[in-house]
Design a binder for this molecule. Sequence first.
Ligand SMILES: *[C@@H]1O[C@H](CO)[C@@H](O)[C@H](O)[C@H]1NC(C)=O
Ligand SMILES: *[C@@H]1O[C@H](CO)[C@@H](O)[C@H](O)[C@H]1NC(C)=O
Ligand SMILES: *[C@@H]1O[C@H](CO)[C@@H](O)[C@H](O)[C@H]1NC(C)=O
Length: 448
Amino acid sequence: MTTSYLFLFSLSLISLISSSVALTKPHTPKPNNAFILPIAKDPITLQYSTTINMGTPAVTLDLVVDIRERFLWFECDESYNSSTYHPIQCGTKKCKQSKGAECIDCINHPLKTGCTNHTCGVQPFNPFGEFYVSGDIGEDIISSLRGTLSNVNVPRVISSCIYPNKFGVQGFLQGLAKGKKGILGLARTFISLPTQLATRYKLDRKFTLCLPSTSNSDGLGLGSLFIGGGPYHLPSQKIDASKFLEYTPLITNRHSTGPIFDNLPSTEYFIKVKSIKVDNNIINFNNSLLSIRKKLGIGGTKLSTVIPHTKLHTLIYKSLLNAFVKKAEIRKIKRVKEVAPFGACFDSRTIGKSVTGPNVPTIDFVLKGGVEWRFYGANSMVKVGRNVLCLGFVDGGNEEVGPWDTSIVIGGHQLEDNLLEFDLVSSKLGFSSSLLLNKASCSHFKGF
Ligand SMILES: *[C@@H]1O[C@H](CO)[C@@H](O)[C@H](O)[C@H]1NC(C)=O
Ligand SMILES: *[C@@H]1O[C@H](CO)[C@@H](O)[C@H](O)[C@H]1NC(C)=O
Ligand SMILES: *[C@@H]1O[C@H](CO)[C@@H](O)[C@H](O)[C@H]1NC(C)=O
């Protein structure tokens, strides 16, 4: 009780300070979105990342946001020597809740923060290199440089730290954007940060992404990750963007889909796409690809923040490409030589402009619940050079060898400037479609 009171109090303090109002006496604060973290986009890798502080003294961690990963992990070297760190011992309740897989000792290094004996071990996964190692789990205090976390210290947050070279593994950060120290995992697990914070502060078990389409580093290009629910205030408008949300159920895939395979249901976020339209016409392909096959967990549709462009099973991809090219032709859009990995590119001088980006055929995902997620030019087209725009969906192949073969994986470019609320209590996804329609975006949230 005391903690949550203090916590709310510090939130009201922040808002008062940030609006430059002198603080005379504390007002009774109203619970707001509990936590907001900034999201930046790396211009080279197109990865999205956030920044937190960890430990005492604090180290600053830039972490790539991955909704598929199960927990927060980071590489911790000598600079992480924290007096508030508590290793989680193997065999404990917290170790079980964290799905600890093994018991780790600190070998070939002196004991230090993140390298202790008899410690609960998990398997942090690098989604770019597609490999994992063993990592200790421990608890430590987190705070943030920017965002509302800045004045709120959250003690005893569980994460995993990988001591470089502990297992002779070098370069575990391979593939992560320059300067990034690990991954902020947001999958549906007990120890993902949203669930830990929601449990601790009795917040809604929800997190909401607003991924930026720009990558300015001057503070203008930041999107946000809200943890704990709305309202979601967009800078250009005085209104709460949750009113733009429509909802579709989050589907449970009863089969593990990685990164670590076990006998448990997938912790990833699946939705049900029922059909796909291009300029309002349903396209044809073998529709059984859109269902998750009960026995194997193959098929269906999930979301990813670490692949830059939506991947489609070859049959879906070909159908979409053909339909899009035909509709583009009707609009007198000139096709030019394609640029890998894309299959259809166009002369942008033959494409009009609109508030939602290049004026191209619309692509709709018709979803369970009778709602449609529309992708306009800003989300469907990728600029690859002067005067060249390509359809930003890629061929995901047609191999069906295991449960990692999801037919549609919706990637970052298609998620940008969309507000996406992952509601883990009601198990539904709220999506806004392009905020540009409402003259808003995810690229200049205030408050950082
Ligand atoms: C870690 O910090 C403690 C003081 O908090 C200090 O005594 C110790 O030497 C430090 N260890 C390393 C490896 O820097
Ligand atoms: C930690 O474990 C290693 C390997 O099992 C062992 O060599 C070392 O003595 C242990 N250290 C302590 C302080 O128990
Ligand atoms: C559609 O795909 C499913 C699963 O891949 C397959 O079993 C079925 O035979 C296909 N149907 C047709 C008409 O190709």
